[in-house]
Design a protein around this ligand. Structure first.
Ligand SMILES: [Fe+2]
Length: 201
């Protein structure tokens, strides 16, 4: 990877014990090593382990575990970008979006999954040792309230709701409730995106 005179030899050591991005950089002839810790990356890996552990636990799931994996990761990416534009903490927003369907991951049931995730996600977040108590409270509230798409909640809650809607739509899922379409339309206006050809207005 090369940009602006900086030569980067990046390697990613992915294991379940150490979640770090190691970069060996050559900056103006000098070697240096930078290690980036990623809270989101570690959270996603730990959540993937939870999802994996659900294999065979439910006779019927309203959504497949493959969907849970995809939706967890891509709604987190969308939330990160929404947070940058709206002035929220992008990492916190992405982490909240990442775990927003925790209830459905555990129970396999769509009905009441937001509320069902509230207590379990708090326990999970505490176990990850990645977050402060205040951050856990913010994320857990967003999990609990994310299905209330007609209501307006905190900045992080709104980002999670919108990321959920945008992510489902980008996979071609139809809007099953008018409030979802309303949120999607509001997001398109916010970003100046035309639906017909995706060009800025
Ligand atoms: Fe969702």
């Amino acid at each position: 990877m090369e940009s602006h005179g900086v030569v980067c030899d990046a390697s990613f050591f992915s294991c379940f014990a150490v979640m770090e991005l190691h970069y060996n950089l050559q900056v103006w002839g000098k070697q240096c090593k930078i290690i980036f810790m990623s809270k989101l990356l570690e959270l996603e890996i730990q959540l993937n382990m939870v999802i994996q552990a659900q294999e065979g636990n439910c006779q019927h799931r309203d959504e497949t575990l493959d969907w849970e994996r995809l939706h967890m990761a891509s709604s987190a990416r969308i939330a990160f970008l929404l947070a940058l534009k709206r002035g929220a903490d992008p990492e916190l927003a992405a982490c909240a979006a990442c775990v927003h369907d925790f209830g459905r991951i555990l129970t396999g049931k769509q009905a009441g999954h937001a509320e069902a995730g509230y207590e379990p996600v708090k326990a999970f977040l505490q176990k990850t040792a990645l977050f402060t108590e205040e951050e856990i409270a913010i994320i857990a509230e967003a999990v609990k309230n994310h299905s209330r798409k007609t209501e307006k909640g905190t900045l992080i809650e709104e980002i999670v709701k919108d990321a959920d809607v945008i992510d489902c739509y980008q996979y071609g899922l139809p809007f099953d409730r008018p409030e979802k379409e309303k949120r999607y339309e509001a997001w398109r206006r916010e970003y100046g995106i035309r639906e017909d050809i995706g060009e800025p207005i």
